[in-house]
Each structure stands twice: as C-alpha cells, then as structure tokens.
Design a protein around this ligand. Structure first.
Ligand SMILES: Nc1ncnc2c1ncn2[C@@H]1O[C@H](COP(=O)(O)OP(=O)(O)OP(=O)(O)O)[C@@H](O)[C@H]1O
Ligand SMILES: [Mg+2]
Length: 245
C-alpha cells in the first residue's frame, strides 16, 4: 500500500557551509518507506552537502525537512537517531584505533534496546565482523570497514540510513558486496538514501534516483529510466551501457 506522504521529505533546501553562500539552491527530494534512493551527479554537485544537511551538519538557510511528517530541521545531529535516522559519513566513519567490538559498543550507547543485545545482533548479522571482533578498525580491509560503519548505523535500529559513497575506494567485488548488503537492509524495511560515484551499480539496486548538478535538481525518476536514458548515460554514467543500441 503506498504511503500517503513521503517518509523523508526535503523541500526547497538552501544550505551550505557559510551563511549567505549556499551550496544547495532550493533542492527538493523525498524517500518513500522501504525505498533505496540514489543521488548521483558530478564532483562538487552538492551530494555530500545534501546528505550532511539532512543529518544536521551544515547550515540550512531555507526549506524544510520532515521524517514521517515530523520536523527534523534544527534537531541536533546526535538526537536524530531518536527520530530513526542514521548517517554513515564517507570518511572517518569508524574509529581505527578501537577494536570492532569497541566501535560497536560506542555506537550502541544511544540505543533504545540494551547495548549488549544490539551488539550481539550485529555480530550475528555480520559473521565477518564477529570473526574479527578483537581486530582494530585500522586492521580491517576497506570492505570490512564499510560493513562495520554500516553495522554501527544499523545498531540503533534506524528506519532510514543516509550513506555517502559507501563503495568509495573499494574493489569492484567489495563494492558489489556492499551494495548487495544495502539491498538486503532495504529488504528488511529500512529506507536508504545513497550517494554514489559508482552510479551504474548503485542505480542497479535503487528504486529511484535524483541527479544533482551545481547544487540544483537536474532530473529524477525511476532508477531504471535514469539508467536507460542515453543523455544521462553520456553525461553522468561514463558513456553508453555495453550492448545498448
Ligand atoms: N567543509 C566545506 N566548507 C566549504 N565548502 C565546502 C565544504 N565541503 C564542500 N564544500 C564545497 O561545496 C560544494 C559541494 O561539495 P560536495 O562535497 O557537497 O560535493 P559532492 O557532490 O559530494 O562531490 P564529490 O562527488 O566530489 O563527493 C563544492 O564546491 C565544495 O568545494
Ligand atoms: Mg561527496
């Protein structure tokens, strides 16, 4: 049954790092319940800024943001977890000097459920992390680090996760694994807002997509339509798809 209102709704966002110097100029987008929505666009388009604006980390000078019709604007970033929103930054998303268990324990501090229960749930869900629970974050492979960062976001039982380039720097195989994991997370009912350079792969697991350029909405639609659009492929996806006419 379709939702009456979008789950996450961003409307007419004007936001940036300095007052009076916005990077986003009236960006609007939404994520429906259980959807994977990907934001693509050239370097410097404002994709990370959009995610950071939703996560309360940059200055929003205009517009609105709601999660299930509840206002999120002005809510301190560390309180957004209580609203069901988790954010996985692109870099520095784990503590490299702490063990896997210690990373999870830190992330579990704000859980509603007992932290031990949630840590055990994450170790059950991610056997590769369980095997390496005593390993320091800095000793994990790139793919394992991203899995740990995602586990640290999932531990709070969010209803929506924002992820900024979770496949950056990963091999094609590790990227595929991370995107498959994201697909599974959404399959379990958690909405995902994804920013990806790896646009083709990300669109392959997404329901819908937005293209941002110069801090503005350029285009949006079903991920399949965006993938199949020849102009989009030429400009944003690194050329036409193999085998396409
Ligand atoms: N901390 C910051 N302070 C000031 N300006 C910034 C900051 N971070 C980014 N910007 C500027 O904001 C604009 C948008 O950057 P943003 O990081 O949102 O782009 P992006 O679409 O995520 O790019 P990329 O694909 O390279 O990650 C750029 O002009 C960038 O220089
Ligand atoms: Mg970015």
């Amino acid at each position: 049954m379709p939702d009456a209102a979008p789950f996450l709704n961003v409307s007419d966002f004007t936001a940036g790092y300095k007052r009076g110097l916005p990077i986003l100029h009236g960006v609007s987008m939404h994520v429906n319940s259980g959807e994977i929505v990907t934001v693509i666009g050239p370097n410097g388009a404002g994709k990370s800024t959009l995610i950071k604006a939703i996560a309360g980390l940059v200055i929003v000078e205009g517009g609105a943001i709601t999660l299930e019709a509840r206002n999120l604007l002005g809510i301190a970033p560390d309180r957004l977890g209580r609203f069901g929103l988790s954010y996985v930054p692109q870099t520095a998303n784990i503590f490299t000097t702490l063990s896997v268990s210690q990373n999870l324990a830190l992330a579990a501090r704000r859980c509603r459920a007992a932290p031990e229960t949630r840590i055990a749930a994450m170790l059950d869900l991610f056997p590769a992390l369980a095997e390496r629970r005593s390993v320091r974050g800095g000793g994990l492979s790139g793919g394992q680090r991203q899995v740990l960062a995602i586990a640290m976001a999932l531990i709070a039982e969010p209803r929506i996760i924002l992820m900024d380039e979770p496949t950056a720097g990963l091999s094609p195989k590790a990227s595929q694994d991370v995107l498959e994991l994201i697909g599974k997370i959404a399959g379990d009912g958690v909405s995902v807002l994804l920013v990806e350079q790896n646009a083709r792969m990300a669109l392959g697991i997404s329901d819908r997509a937005y293209i941002l350029a110069d801090g503005q909405n350029q285009m949006d639609g079903p991920a399949g339509d965006i993938l199949d659009d020849p102009a989009v492929a030429e400009i944003y996806l690194g050329g036409r798809r193999k085998g396409a006419a």
